[in-house]
Ligand binder design. Structure first.
Ligand code: FAD
Length: 416
């Protein structure tokens, strides 16, 4: 049975969908999302290293969008002609009628047909990935203590990251800080060599930022002993090793895959017009091409930007947020084309180090780190969330890191 909705249906409660629903305010909306929170991904590396509490990098959708309804589930069908969507919930399939629908299903990790990748590598896209990675890394330290041979110990202390974009570089920098701090409590490992390897098919790391900042980031990481292999690809992964295109076989139990994303494959099922990369084609107003009441934005859409003629928006939260602002206004009746000129880019490189491109300046080191943190704090919705993050950062300044390995969390033992 179809539920009469009458208003705006937002499919996906991530950056793009969450902000559209928030900005619609009292006009109201119904959000369909598998989780009841929006993940603030730029802070995910800090959640992985334990600088931030994982709960503090997510924003509950019911708090973020107090005037919206939330239906927990996954959109599985979209009938644009009848203006009806189907959603799989815990209690079965629900049909929803709408006036306007906003498709904001984001992207998923783009994996390649590399032997062993799906079985042995770890992704870095969700909160669960970040929590898993932190516990996995701490577990490797415990395994290194128990290792019976030099070879095993080396393998446990080798960490390979594939993909030198923001996610890979920031995750590596944060996790290497975690290990460095944790080793204080592992006296038998203190003098053991660790190996951190960063692999990318491109000739430079962080290709999306100005060259001088990318080179600075590479120097910083190299100075910390990170082995950066550019113009190199991952050929195969085994349970205890990875093979690279330069012929090197690296014994390791940790391969983190952050080599890009692709549009959510659900877009195909919805029968919407897609480009060759599976992104929904939208007009400058963010309406889906050829469909009056269907809108799309975010990582899953190919969004033209009047400020960058001929180029489509890259998959970043900065762009998703600006698209959401335009889309919410257009839904309210304005119908203007989307235009956004990016003001800058920021990234952290672990404790007290960062890079920031701001109008008129390129900042490195502490100023870059400070600007990056300030920017993200400003962007994070809800004052209560901001205060929790500030409290975590302040705690991290004065206290040592927590090194409890909580891999069993969420997996209670079965009652016998
Ligand atoms: C580790 C990491 C770090 C990043 N750091 C930065 C950064 O520093 N700066 C920056 O600008 N960008 C960054 N990004 C990119 C940024 O996160 C994305 O550009 C942004 O999240 C895109 O928003 P979105 O709403 O399109 O997708 P998402 O935020 O991914 O949201 C999509 C939502 O759709 C939901 N969904 C999926 N399938 C369904 C379904 N069938 N039905 C209903 N809901 C569904 C998902 O659960 C999710 O909540 C980072 C990304 C990652 C992974």
């Amino acid at each position: 049975m179809a539920e009469a909705l009458g208003g705006t249906l937002v499919l996906g409660g991530g950056f793009a969908g969450g902000y559209v629903a928030r900005l619609l305010g009292k006009r109201g909306a119904t959000i369909v999302s598998p989780e009841n929170f929006m993940l603030y991904t730029p802070m995910l590396p800090e959640a992985a290293s334990g600088t931030l509490e994982p709960r503090h990098v997510v924003v509950p959708l019911r708090m973020m969008c107090p005037h919206a309804e939330l239906l927990l589930g996954r959109a599985t069908e979209l009938d644009a002609e009848r203006r009806r969507a189907q959603v799989e919930t815990d209690d079965g399939v629900v049909s929803l009628d709408y006036q306007h629908v906003v498709v904001a299903l984001g992207a998923i990790s783009r994996t390649l047909p590399i032997p062993g990748l799906a079985d042995h590598a770890i992704g870095f896209k969700t909160l669960a990935d970040a929590i898993f990675l932190r516990n996995h890394v701490l577990r490797r330290l415990e395994a290194a203590v128990a290792a019976q041979s030099e070879g095993h110990r080396r393998r446990e202390l080798t960490f390979l990251f594939v993909g030198a974009g923001y996610a890979g570089v920031e995750a590596l920098a944060e996790l290497s800080d975690l290990v460095r701090d944790a080793l204080r409590y592992y006296p038998t490992l203190r003098d053991e060599p660790q190996q951190w390897v960063l692999v990318d098919a491109a000739p430079k790391i962080l290709p999306e930022i100005p060259r001088s900042l990318g080179d600075y980031a590479a120097r910083q990481l190299a100075g910390r002993g990170v082995d950066i292999r550019v113009s190199t690809t991952l050929e195969s992964v085994e349970a205890h090793a990875a093979v690279l295109s330069d012929g090197d076989r690296i014994p390791t139990n940790t391969v983190v895959w952050t080599a890009g994303v692709r549009a959510n494959p659900m877009n195909e099922r919805f029968g919407l017009p897609l480009d060759e990369r599976g992104r929904i084609k939208v007009q400058p107003t963010l309406q889906v091409e050829g469909l009056e009441n269907v809108w799309a934005l975010g990582d899953g859409a190919r969004v033209p930007n009047l400020a960058t003629p001929g180029a489509f928006d890259p998959p970043t939260s900065q762009h998703a947020l600006r698209q959401a602002r335009r889309l919410a206004r257009n839904l309210a009746g304005e119908r203007k084309p989307y235009r956004y000129r990016m003001l800058g880019q920021v990234a952290t490189l672990g404790r007290y180090k960062g890079i920031a491109q701001v109008p008129g300046a390129l900042l490195r080191g502490f100023p870059g780190w400070f600007v990056t943190r300030t920017y993200h704090l400003y962007q994070l919705p809800l004052l209560t969330r901001k205060l929790r993050v500030v409290a975590d950062w302040t705690t991290a300044l004065f206290f040592r890191r927590d090194i409890a390995e909580l891999g069993t969390l969420g997996h209670p033992e079965r009652l016998e």
